[in-house]
Design a protein around this ligand. Structure first.
Ligand code: DMJ
Length: 647
C-alpha cells in the first residue's frame, strides 16, 4: 500500500531492474570499455588511475563548501579540546579559558560537569545561581538583584566590542594597529566592572560585619551557624583585625562604631595567655596600620600597650621568644609539650616591632626582634637558604631538622625577609641576601611540575625525600615574588610568580565549589589524568587570603585583567558556598561537595582583616590606595609605612 503511492523510486525501478530491459545498452558499453582496459599495459593502467585520483583530490579541495566544512570540523575539535581543558584542566597551553561571551549551560548540565571551573569574569557573571549549601542559605534576593546588574554589564560590554568591530572606521583602524590594546571604551568598561566588583566586596564585608555585630560583638570570632562566638584571646580579635579594612573600604559608620569599642572596651590588662605571633600580626599590626591610615593617636596608644605587654616573650635563655605570653601577668612560656617555637612565628613579628620602635622612639622592640633575625641568619641546619620548622628557645638551635616547607610553620619567614628589607628602605642587605638565597633554594629543591598539565608547584622536602604536597598557605609566594621583582629583584622572579599564581588559581578552579582546599597533592606521574588530588582530611577551606593576596599584587604590577577575573570568580564562590543568610561567612569542611560543603561554623578574623581587604584592593583602580612604594603589608594585611630615606 505504502509502496504504490511512492512508485517513482520503488515499484518502477525494481520492476525494470528485474526484467533486465532497462540496462541493456549500458551493459554493452560496459563490456566494450572493459575489453579496452584489459588491452592496456600495466604502466598505462597505473598512469590513468593515478591521474584520476589526482583529479578527484583537486576537485574535492577546490570545492569551497567542502573545505569550509573540514575547516569547520577542525575548529570545532579545537573548541572541544579547550572545553575539556576547562573541565579537566587538560592540554597545554592554554590551561585557562579565553574570555568568551558564551551562555553557561543550564544548571542540570553544569551538574554533569562537576569539575567545570574557570571561566573569567564575563562568563561567570552569566552563571546561574543554585545548589548552594542548604545550610548556608544564601541571600537569594540580593543575589538575584546582583545577577541582573551583572547581565546588564555584560550586555554593555558586548555592545562595546561589537561597535568596535563593526561600522566605526577609526576604531577598526585602532584594532588593526594593535589588536590587543584596549580601546578607551573598554578601559572605561573595565573601570565600570571594577567599581561593581568593589561594591560587591563592600557588600560582602557589610554582611560579614552584620553577623559579627549581631552575634559576636566584642568577642574574638563569629560562629555564624550557631549565631554565637568563640574566644581565643578575648580581645575582640575580629574587630581589631578589621579596623583598617573598614577604613580602606570607606565604611565610615562601621569604622566609627568599632573605634568606639576600641576606645571604651578594649583592655589588655587581662589575665590571659595570647600567642605572641598571632597577637602581633593581628592586634599590634592592626592597631599600627589603623594608626597610620587615620592618624588617630588612640590606635597608637593601644599599639604601645599591647606591644610592651608582649615583650616578656623574649625573656628566654636564647632570646628566641616563647610562643605564649600572659599579657596581664607579664609571664611568657612555651607550649606545655615542648620548649620549641615555630620558625615562622619567631621570624614574622619583626615588621610590627620594628615599626613600634620607630613610632615610639624606643629601640627595645626593634632590638629584640633584630636579635632573633641575627641568630637565625647564622644558624646551621639550613638547606640552600631554606629553614626547618622549629627552633628551640633554650639553645636557639633548629630542631626537627631535615624537613622543609614553604607552607605552615615556615611560610612567612621568607615573606618577612623581603619585607623587612623593603620596610627599611632596602638598606639592610642581609635580609635580601637571605631572601635571594632562599628563593634559589626553592627553585633547586622544591619546584616541580605536575602532570598532565605542567602546573608549577612548590612541594616539600623530608630528609631528602620530595613530597608533591602544597599548602594553600604557600600561595602567598606569587605575591611576594612579584613584590620583590617590583623592587628590583630578578625579573625571573616575576615569571615564577605568574606560574605559581596560575597554580594557586587552579587549586580553586578545579574544585567542585571553585574554592581551594587547605592542602593539595600534585600528580607527577606520566599518564595521570588530573593534576591535583585532595586527601579527605584536607578538603576544608578556612576563608584564607593567600591566593587573593597574590592576585592583588599580580594585578597591581601587571594590570593583566585575568587576575581580576579570577578574583571575581573566587569571590562569587565564597558568596555561593560560605555566606550565611543571617550574617557572616563560615569556613567549610568540603570544597568538593557543592551540594553540602558542610559548614564549620567559624568566621576567622583574617577573612575581614585580609581576604576582603585584598579583594577590594584587587578591584580598586587607585594605585594610591595603599601605594606599594609607600607601604608594606604585614602578613595579616595591615599596611605599615616604608621608612623614609632620611631615617
Ligand atoms: C593569617 O593569620 C596570616 O596571613 C598568616 O601569615 C597565615 N595564616 C593566616 C591566613 O591564612
Amino acid at each position: 500500500m505504502h509502496s504504490t503511492s511512492r512508485q517513482d523510486y520503488i515499484s518502477v525501478n525494481f520492476a525494470d531492474k528485474g526484467s533486465g530491459k532497462y540496462n541493456n545498452s549500458k551493459q554493452w558499453r560496459r563490456q566494450s570499455c572493459l575489453r579496452k582496459w584489459k588491452q592496456l599495459s600495466r604502466l598505462q593502467r597505473s598512469l590513468i588511475l593515478f591521474t584520476l585520483v589526482l583529479l578527484l583530490i583537486c576537485g574535492v579541495l577546490s570545492y569551497p563548501a567542502v573545505t569550509e566544512h573540514f575547516k569547520g570540523l577542525s575548529a570545532g575539535d579545537e573548541e572541544k579540546d579547550t572545553e575539556s581543558n576547562r573541565v579537566l584542566g587538560r592540554g597545554s597551553p592554554p590551561l585557562l579559558p579565553e574570555p568568551v561571551k558564551r551562555v553557561q549551560p543550564p544548571l542540570q548540565e553544569q551538574k554533569r560537569l562537576p569539575n567545570k571551573r574557570g571561566p573569567p569574569i564575563l562568563q561567570n557573571r552569566l552563571q546561574k545561581k543554585g545548589n548552594a549549601s542548604d545550610v548556608q542559605v544564601e541571600n537569594k534576593a540580593a543575589d538575584g538583584r546582583k545577577e541582573n546588574e551583572d547581565e546588564a554589564l555584560i550586555r554593555r560590554h558586548g555592545a562595546v566590542i561589537d561597535t568596535d568591530h563593526a561600522s566605526d572606521g577609526t576604531k577598526g583602524e585602532e584594532h588593526k594597529k594593535d589588536p590587543k590594546a584596549p580601546t578607551d571604551q573598554e578601559l572605561r568598561l573595565h573601570t565600570d566592572l571594577a567599581a561593581n566588583c568593589s561594591e560587591a566586596v563592600r557588600e560582602a564585608f557589610r554582611h560579614a560585619w552584620k553577623g559579627y555585630k549581631d552575634f559576636a560583638w566584642g568577642h574574638d570570632e563569629l560562629r555564624p551557624i550557631s549565631k554565637s562566638y568563640s574566644e581565643w584571646f578575648s580581645l575582640g580579635l575580629t574587630l581589631v583585625d578589621a579596623l583598617d579594612t573598614m577604613w580602606i573600604l570607606g565604611l565610615k559608620e562601621e569604622f566609627e562604631e568599632a573605634k568606639a569599642w576600641v576606645a571604651t572596651e578594649l583592655s589588655f590588662n587581662k589575665n590571659i595567655d595570647v600567642n605572641l605571633f598571632e597577637s602581633t600580626i593581628r592586634i599590634l599590626g592592626g592597631l599600627l596600620g589603623t594608626y597610620h591610615l587615620t592618624g588617630d593617636a588612640l590606635f597608637l596608644d593601644k599599639a604601645k600597650d599591647i606591644g610592651s605587654r608582649l615583650m616578656p616573650a623574649f625573656n628566654t635563655p636564647s632570646k628566641i621568644p616563647y610562643s605564649d605570653v600572659n599579657i596581664g601577668k607579664g609571664i611568657a612560656h612555651p607550649p606545655r609539650w615542648t620548649s620549641d617555637s615555630t620558625v615562622a612565628e619567631v621570624t614574622s613579628i619583626q615588621l610590627e616591632f620594628r615599626e613600634l620602635s620607630r613610632v615610639t622612639q624606643d629601640p627595645q622592640y626593634q632590638a629584640a626582634v633584630g636579635e632573633v633575625m641575627a641568630q637565625v641568619h647564622k644558624l646551621d641546619g639550613k638547606l640552600d637558604g631554606l629553614v626547618p620548622m622549629f627552633i628551640n628557645t633554650n639553645n636557639g638551635q633548629f630542631t626537627h631538622q631535615g624537613i622543609y616547607t614553604l607552607g605552615a610553620r615556615a611560610d612567612s619567614y621568607y615573606e618577612y625577609l623581603l619585607k623587612q628589607w623593603i620596610q627599611g628602605g632596602k638598606k639592610e642587605n642581609q635580609f635580601v641576601e637571605d631572601y635571594l638565597q632562599a628563593i634559589e633554594g626553592v627553585k633547586k629543591n622544591m619546584l616541580q611540575k605536575s602532570s598532565p598539565n605542567g602546573l608549577t608547584f612548590v612541594g616539600e622536602l623530608s630528609h631528602g625525600q620530595f613530597s608533591p604536597k602544597m599548602d594553600h598557605l604557600v600561595c602567598f609566594l606569587p605575591g611576594t615574588l612579584a613584590l620583590g621583582a617590583h623592587n628590583g629583584l630578578p625579573a625571573e622572579h616575576m615569571d615564577l610568580a605568574k606560574q605559581l599564581m596560575e597554580t594557586c588559581y587552579q587549586m580553586y578552579a578545579q574544585m567542585e565549589t571553585g574554592l581551594s582546599p587547605e592542602i593539595v597533592h600534585f600528580n607527577m606521574h606520566q599518564g595521570s589524568n588530573r593534576d591535583i588530588e585532595v586527601k579527605l582530611a584536607d578538603r576544608h577551606n578556612l576563608l584564607r587570603p593567600e591566593t587573593v593576596e597574590s592576585l592583588f599584587y599580580l594585578y597591581r604590577f601587571t594590570k593583566d585583567q585575568k587576575y581580576r577575573d579570577w578574583g571575581w570568580e573566587i569571590l562569587k564562590n565564597f558568596n555561593k558556598y560560605t555566606k550565611v543568610s543571617s550574617g557572616g561567612y563560615t569556613s567549610i569542611n568540603n570544597v568538593r561537595d557543592p551540594d553540602y560543603p558542610s559548614p564549620r561554623d567559624k568566621m576567622e578574623s583574617f577573612f575581614l582583616g585580609e581576604t576582603l581587604k585584598y579583594f577590594y584592593l584587587l578591584f580598586s583602580d587607585d594605585p594610591n590606595l595603599i601605594n606599594l612604594d609607600q607601604y608594606v603589608f604585614n602578613t595579616e594585611a595591615h599596611p605599615l609605612p616604608i621608612w623614609p630615606a632620611t631615617e
